[in-house]
Every structure is written in structure tokens, then in C-alpha cells.
Design a binder for this molecule. Structure first.
Ligand code: IYR
Length: 220
């Protein structure tokens, strides 16, 4: 592949820090939301968030992701019914006492009414490998890492547009591949309900770990 010059406009450190602090303040205000408004969200905003996510770095630049965007009410209903069927089994039979205790402060249950309230659901599928036009398997690398980074950038984009979401992982998620008719090389990784938060939405009063608890420094 040809290499081309990369000359982003220089940012003086002071200005850079100011920008970083502004982004931090904005992202620190982001919360995972489970209470949504049914107010419509323009398709262009979902497209922008997907295009933003797709700028993420990825192993060997394979961009091993597919974002499935759903606004069809019948499909949202099906996803809710099937997600709740799995979640109910998880909460009642599969999750350990320790796991349920860890979730208790968040107040989550197997019920997911928001899956039908939101104007959009986006499912992030990780492409475990690709298939070329001759039907040959093409390897993908660091698929989980690449998709994880893309997911973070997707969430950041939604937040900056004033939208709310939740990283929802109904488990197992195989029903999503079937419901959305995706090929066997794609594995559902995260389901994002997307919309504006409900006017009376509440979120758990959680606290983020301070810098000292999330970093170690080696400065010589
Ligand atoms: N997937 C379930 C359970 C759940 C698990 C974790 I870890 C969370 O942080 C939140 C929920 C659910 O969506 O309810």
C-alpha cells in the first residue's frame, strides 16, 4: 500500500490540554441509560455514529465489524421477546449469586421494555473472519480488541449528538444473527438501544474510580 504524508495541524500543549479537559467533562456526563423516550432519531445520526465507529483502528486494518441498524417495529418486538427469553433464563438459572449481587445496585432485571421504546437498535457484529468473492476465508486479527475500540467510539459519537445508549449484552446472543439474517462468520457482540433519555429517566448514583485507582506510573 502506498504511504502518504500525515501532517495534522499542530496543537500547542496548553490548547491540547484544554480540549482534552473539555472532552473529559463531556464524557464524564455520559451515563448508560435504561429509560428512553420514543422520540424519533434521524437516520443520519445513526449513520454518523457508525461512520465514526468505523474510523477505529483495527488489526491489519480489516475493520472486522458490521453494524446492523434496526428501526422496524416488528423486528424490535422480536428482539425484545427473544432477548427477554434468554435474559429470564440467565437471571433465573444461569447467573451466579455473586453476579446477581454485583448487579443489584444497578437494579437490572430480565425485563427489557426499552427494546421496544427506542427508535433504533444497533447490533454490533464482530466478523470472526471475512469471505472473499471466491468464497475463500480471509483472516481477521484482534477482532475483540478492534470491535471494542469501535464500540467505544460509537458510544462517544452518540453521546456527543445528545443521544443515550446502553451496552446491552443479552446472553447468549445467537438469536440476533438469525433474526437479522447475518452470515455464520459474524458473531453478535453488543446490542445498543439508542434514543433520547426519557424526561423522567434516572440512573444509578455511581461514582467513577479516581485516577490513582486506575493507573500506575513509572517516571524514572
Ligand atoms: N445481560 C444482563 C445482565 C447484565 C450483566 C452485566 I456484567 C451488567 O453490567 C448489566 C446487566 C442484562 O442486560 O440485564
Amino acid at each position: 500500500m502506498a504511504h502518504i504524508p500525515y501532517r495534522p495541524a499542530p496543537v500547542p500543549a496548553e490548547e491540547g490540554l484544554r480540549r482534552g479537559e473539555a472532552l473529559l467533562a463531556d464524557l464524564d456526563g455520559r451515563r448508560s441509560v435504561r429509560m428512553f423516550s420514543d422520540a424519533p432519531v434521524p437516520r443520519a445520526m445513526i449513520e454518523t455514529a457508525i461512520r465514526t465507529a468505523s474510523t477505529a483502528p483495527s488489526g491489519a486494518h480489516k475493520q472486522p465489524w458490521t453494524f446492523a441498524a434496526i428501526s422496524d417495529p416488528a423486528l424490535k418486538r422480536r428482539i425484545r421477546v427473544e432477548a427477554e427469553r434468554e435474559e429470564r433464563k440467565s437471571y433465573e438459572e444461569r447467573m451466579s449469586r455473586e453476579w446477581k449481587d454485583a448487579l443489584e445496585p444497578l437494579g437490572t432485571t430480565w425485563e427489557k421494555p426499552y427494546l421496544e421504546v427506542v427508535p433504533w437498535i444497533v447490533v454490533l457484529f464482530a466478523q470472526l473472519h471475512a469471505v472473499d468473492p471466491q468464497g475463500e476465508r480471509v483472516r481477521h486479527y484482534y477482532v475483540q480488541e478492534s470491535c471494542g475500540i469501535a464500540a467505544g467510539m460509537f458510544i462517544t459519537s452518540l453521546h456527543t449528538m445528545g443521544l443515550a445508549t446502553l451496552t446491552h449484552t443479552p446472553s447468549p446472543m445467537t438469536f440476533l444473527r438469525l433474526a437479522l439474517d447475518r452470515p455464520p462468520n459474524e458473531k453478535a457482540m453488543i446490542l445498543f438501544p439508542i434514543g433520547y433519555p426519557a424526561a423522567d429517566a434516572t440512573v444509578p448514583d455511581l461514582v467513577r474510580k479516581p485516577l490513582e485507582d486506575v493507573s500506575v506510573w513509572f517516571t524514572g
